[in-house]
Design a protein around this ligand. Structure first.
Ligand SMILES: [Zn+2]
Length: 157
């Protein structure tokens, strides 16, 4: 392989700054005396400059949009979980308040408030337990209803 042929194979790499210093020196020495290689390396340098001038690849808008949509969904889910916790706390407080406030009324209706102080507490406690269960069950139903309604609103939005 002649010197010319050997150098010719290195010209593209030289234009791309991909040669070792020794190889680069060889190329420079050769193109000083070889018009062909000099012209060739100029062409490669032009091409290399053009390549460097190209914009660096950017993520495609679709991918960026998808990532943003996923982030939005995750944020919405987190907000919903927080909202559900608040609703649950509200339901629990409401259930307790309803139980405590309305119990005397229920007791009054079902046999007089003095019955609460009656020594026969067994009967009263069973009634209280049943009443509490009913209130809490309706509280739970309200929580389910609220979360379903919220999900429907979100899917419409
Ligand atoms: Zn040459």
């Amino acid at each position: 392989m002649s010197d010319h042929e050997k150098i010719r194979e290195l010209l593209a790499l030289s234009a791309a700054d991909a040669l070792t210093r020794a190889e680069e020196e060889q190329v420079m020495n050769h193109i000083r005396t070889c018009a062909d290689c000099s012209t060739e390396v100029d062409r490669w340098r032009l091409l290399a400059a053009g390549m460097r001038g190209l914009p660096t690849p950017q993520p495609r808008p679709v991918i960026v949009e998808r990532a943003r949509a996923q982030a939005a969904i995750r944020l919405a889910e987190e907000a919903e979980h927080r909202w559900q916790r608040i609703v649950m706390m509200g339901v629990i407080l409401f259930a307790w308040a309803t139980t405590l406030i309305s119990w005397p009324v229920v007791k009054l209706v079902s046999g007089g408030i003095l019955g609460m102080l009656d020594p026969g507490l067994n009967h009263a406690w069973i009634a209280f337990a049943i009443f509490t269960t009913i209130v809490w069950a309706s509280g739970g139903a309200a929580a389910v209803f609220l979360s379903l309604q919220q999900r429907r609103e979100r899917s419409l939005a």
